[in-house]
Design a binder for this molecule. Sequence first.
Ligand code: NAG
Length: 497
Amino acid sequence: MLCKRVAFALLAAVAAVRAAEDSDVTQLQKDTFEDFVKANDLVLAEFYAPWCGHCKALAPEYEAAATSLKEKGIKLAKVDCTEEADLCQAFGVEGYPTLKVFRGLDNVTPYSGQRKAAGITSYMIKQSLPAVSLLTKDTLEEFKTADKVVLVAYIDADDKESNETFTAVAEKHRDAFLFGGVNDAAVAEAEGVKAPAIVLYKSFDEGKATFTEKFDAEAIEKFAKVAATPLIGEVGPETYADYMTAGIPLAYIFAETAEEREKLGSALKPIAEKYRGVINFATIDASAFGGHASNLNLKADKFPSFAIQETTKNQKFPFDQEKEITHDAIASFVEGVVAGTIEPSIKSEPIPETQEGPVTVVVAKNYEDIVLDDTKDVLIEFYAPWCGHCKALAPKYEELAALYAESEFKDQVVIAKVDATANDVPDEIQGFPTIKLYAAGGKDSPVTYAGSRSIEDFVSFIAENGKYKAAVSLKEEAGEESQAAPAASESDAHDEL
Ligand SMILES: *[C@@H]1O[C@H](CO)[C@@H](O)[C@H](O)[C@H]1NC(C)=O
């Protein structure tokens, strides 16, 4: 046990065990999880690690929320990912704590509320209410402005199919938007639409957008995503993740003052209009987030500047900083990027002349040759020079690499690392270190490592997931603690911004 040497921690652990006995939070394991989620309509589950500071801070809040939600029949559960690695991996847990809302096993959404008891309680109560509010002539007007973006479906009272489709979309995206439904033909007519139709009301740009195609979940989702994104938005801590997961490139307009952002925004607006739904456009405050320019391979001390980031392949297209940002220059730049005639810029350290240690050093320029070599199982660590967990891992990782280098698998298994801050890699990295196995014959589906950071566990991971089932035997590790260092990083150890 972790706590055996530290009396204080031991006491704390005993206290925690006691508390667990009369807790309203249900501790779940692999064999109890499914049944619990099936048996309860609405479950909030926390995936945590006992060592994680944010998890500890959340614990009393989570307990209190569980108690106040008990009478509403809303269940809170938790899963210790150091004990239940498979379960956590199955749900894509990459950082701690991760909270997810379950409505059965097929409808899982990330929890995006606050981490305080009151916030959790109100968020979950909202989750338990119907996703679509039924509106009338009298309640519609107020509803239209109840949030920055609301979607209202105008449906005939007997049109079950459209109703069901819209309701399903609303259930899925209830965290992002407010959804309303109207089944009064006169109200629809007054709004200038004919059922079935959806109107998205927004507090910006043209104020509303209308969907009149046949109701189809995917088409509605796409419509909502495009129409809800401001023509020229703003990149900041609240919007960054949405832009990165939008599935289309993001064009950044860096400028230091609000006036300049406004000015460039309106100059480029016709381009944003032309590429609506193809490329998102957003300004970014260079005085606050100027450092992000270097992630796009722009110089971070020369503004205004412009760059496009292809978010799915993580390619960067910086616009020449010696040139002036004008409508015409950007129009032809964007056209070139879309047409593929402008090459992405790739940041890379030089390829090492020789590989010095047992760990193979990967840089952007040799990434493909080494990591995607289809004849080899490649375990790769994405690290940052400033990351403490990475430094702690380094000696063990070296040792692991040495074991393979000296084994019969030396030509089949590669243990590699890449400084992900100095090299553009195609992987989306959410925290450091991130460790993945690119198995031979399976380069398009790397497996992310979520076990503990012990050599033993790395070896079983490689043996289990690699093509060559390459297990090496461990040397006696005198004095090695059985409690391994944490695997996933805490969720705030992410990239800046
Ligand atoms: C959609 O169906 C539900 C369930 O039958 C019903 O309560 C609701 O009023 C319908 N919505 C509209 C807009 O007709």
